[in-house]
Design a protein around this ligand. Structure first.
Ligand code: F6R
Length: 610
């Protein structure tokens, strides 16, 4: 979603802002803009489209020239993508950029119009700019007027602000939407996320709700709470470097991130193993806590929710504990039956997804315990959960999740094994055996990437002309194929559905026509024959079948057009291997269609609004 940056220092501010915004492109956007102090005047440049369109425009119309300013990439919510609706927005003395949604903007706009103020855009952001300007014109104190303004706002916001009367100072405030303050040598930054500023500094502060930061070159950073009291902040340091946010020679972030999966698994799993067994004590999870869990709900969105689907099958199978998987946007509004004794697991790469956060807060309110599985350090979900397991995928830049999903799976296994042992459902030997197999997955994933790249590429050429396709599977294969289907549709724009293979006969099989591709995942021995029967049914109706199974499986003649074989491995862990060719098929299909692989249309990386 929208990206915010801000800078004060000694460098060319426009260049820093554009470069920092480039590192936030992954979040998705449809327009961009900057505001820079030129001496005492705030100079704004903004444009619909991509950052390159803004840069082109600045070449023609002139680039704002100065050392302090704010910048923004906008993902349209209120008002279409256009030059006018792009941020920054201004009042008489105030210019700002905004990430989030102001729910009461209509009432506020009406109030301001009654005060004689006029609006140029359709955005809720311009209402904030005018409201802040209104308070500033009465109070004349920037911080106090920010406090007054934010007290009036309902919804979520991260704001980067410049006041014409305070040249070379940048102000920032946030509620719900993320914002960090980067701290450099004689230069300071604001940003929606660390990757934006990592090329300049690794040190940053996390801004808490309603805290206000004031940045300047010489006086550094000062942070105030909503009572205008100075707050002292803990300086954090990002533990990855600039390579983590570059493509490092890969043509796209997505393929780089697919290749980073073995390392991501190692980084996530290894620190949690003690004496050959998972140990989640540092996450506040211990056998006592686990034994007392009644029901488990895994609540998340998109790929994160799909990792929960795999988790459900694994946890129910080996820990014999009931698991419900819920889409966060449904869970939060359906008055779920949860309470004391229940555990809600919230899974999120960004840790900022609005629906997942709201679901977690609701679960807390109802007395359930919350466990967050989160990738982004210090994110809101991570900070508010009762228990927390960080996944260590590093920054995921491609909008389509790959390595973050993979490490979410690895944590599902760690958790399931520990729960099963704590509940006495598996003995120590089995516990250690499963753990040893999980420790082998990085090597296996690496092998699968090497073995399946070429065939995935070939298969993708066969999908290019398809209007629609089906993914089918049973059990764990079905849970996994949900992710395969999402991956394909989000980046190739080909419609696809994932279906439980046994459910086809109850309606969906009528969709099968000649040459319709069906990707059939059949890796689980206990269900193999059943899935093979379902494959025969679609083949008999003309489908072009791509079958994924284990090496050594007896594949009946003529049931599949392509067979993609995965090395034999512990079956419960096979989703971690099989997701690789599903990711690769989606990737190569998108590449061959000439799509924007890393930034698919209409999508944003971090969905911080409902
Ligand atoms: C798809 C994808 C999304 C996210 C979803 C949740 O590739 O990345 O479906 O999984 O938007 O985002 P997080 O994990 O940040 O809560």
């Amino acid at each position: 979603m929208c990206g915010i940056v801000g800078y004060v220092g000694h460098r060319d501010c426009s260049d820093v802002l554009v470069s920092a915004l480039t590192r936030l492109e992954y979040r998705g956007y449809d327009s961009a803009g900057i505001a820079v102090f030129e001496n005492d005047k705030i100079n704004v440049a903004k444009s619909k489209g991509k950052l390159k369109d803004l840069v082109e425009k600045m070449k023609i119309e002139g680039k704002p020239d100065g050392f302090a300013g704010i910048g923004h990439t906008r993902w349209a919510t209120h008002g279409e993508p256009s030059d006018i609706n792009s941020h920054p927005h201004s009042g008489a003395k105030v210019t700002l950029v905004h990430n989030g949604i102001i729910e009461n903007y209509k009432e506020l706009k009406e109030f301001l119009e009654n005060q004689g103020r006029e609006f140029l855009s359709d955005t809720d952001t311009e209402v904030v700019a005018q409201l802040l300007d209104y308070y500033y014109s009465h109070i004349n104190d920037p911080i106090r007027s920010i406090i007054e303004t934010t007290q009036e706002l309902k919804g979520s916001f991260a704001l980067g602000i410049v006041f014409e009367d305070f040249p070379n100072k940048v102000f920032a405030v946030r509620r719900e939407s993320p914002l960090i303050i980067g701290v450099g040598e004689d230069e300071n930054f604001i940003a929606s996320d660390v990757p934006a500023i990592i090329q300049y500094t690794k040190n940053y502060y996390l801004l808490e709700h309603d805290e206000i930061a004031v940045l300047s070159k010489n006086e550094g950073v000062r942070v105030f709470d909503s009572h205008y009291q100075i707050v002292s902040k803990e300086l954090k340091t990002a533990d990855w470097d600039v390579d983590a946010v570059g493509k490092c020679g890969y043509p796209h972030y997505m393929i780089k991130e697919i290749n980073e999966q073995p390392t991501a698994i190692k980084n996530t799993v290894l620190p949690r193993i003690k004496d050959g067994m998972p140990c989640l004590d540092e996450c506040n999870i211990n056998p006592e806590v686990l034994r007392n869990i009644r029901n488990i709900y895994i609540v998340a969105c998109g790929s994160a929710m799909h990792s929960g689907m795999v988790g459900k099958y694994v946890i129910e199978d080996i820990a014999r504990t009931a698991v419900t998987v819920d889409i966060a946007s449904e869970f939060r509004y359906r008055n779920p039956i949860i309470g004391k004794g229940d555990l809600i697991i919230i899974v999120s790469q960004s840790g900022e997804t609005a629906d997942s956060l709201a679901a977690m807060r609701l679960a807390k309110e109802k007395g359930a315990k919350t466990l967050a599985i989160v990738n982004a350090m210090g994110s809101t979900i991570a900070r508010e959960a009762d228990m927390l397991i960080y996944t260590h995928a590093g920054p995921e830049i491609s909008v389509a999740s790959t390595k973050a999903y993979m490490v979410q799976l690895s944590v599902m296994y760690l958790f399931a094994f520990e729960l099963a042992f704590a509940k006495g459902q598996i003995d120590e030997e089995k516990y250690k055996y499963y753990t040893s197999k999980l420790l082998e997955t990085p090597e296996m994933v690496e092998k699968v990437i090497a073995q399946t790249t070429e065939i995935s590429q070939k298969i993708s050429t066969k999908l290019l002309t398809a209007d629609s396709l089906l993914y089918i599977g049973r059990g764990l294969d079905y849970a996994l194929s949900m992710e395969g289907s999402l991956k394909l549709k989000e980046i190739s724009y080909i419609h696809s559905e994932s279906y439980a293979a046994g459910e086809l006969k109850h309606g969906t099989i009528s969709l099968i026509t000649k040459d319709m591709p069906v990707i059939a995942v059949a890796t689980q021995s206990a269900l193999y024959e059943k899935t093979v029967s379902n494959i025969k049914e679609v083949k008999a109706r003309g489908a072009k079948v791509i079958m994924i199974c284990q090496e050594g499986n007896d594949v009946p003649k003529d049931i599949a057009d392509y067979v993609l074989k995965i090395p034999n491995f512990e079956e419960i862990l096979l989703p971690m291997l099989v997701c690789v060719p599903l990711q690769l098929i989606a990737y190569y299909t998108s590449v061959q269609k000439g799509n924007d692989v890393d930034q698919p249309r209409n999508l944003a990386k971090s969905v911080t609004v409902e």
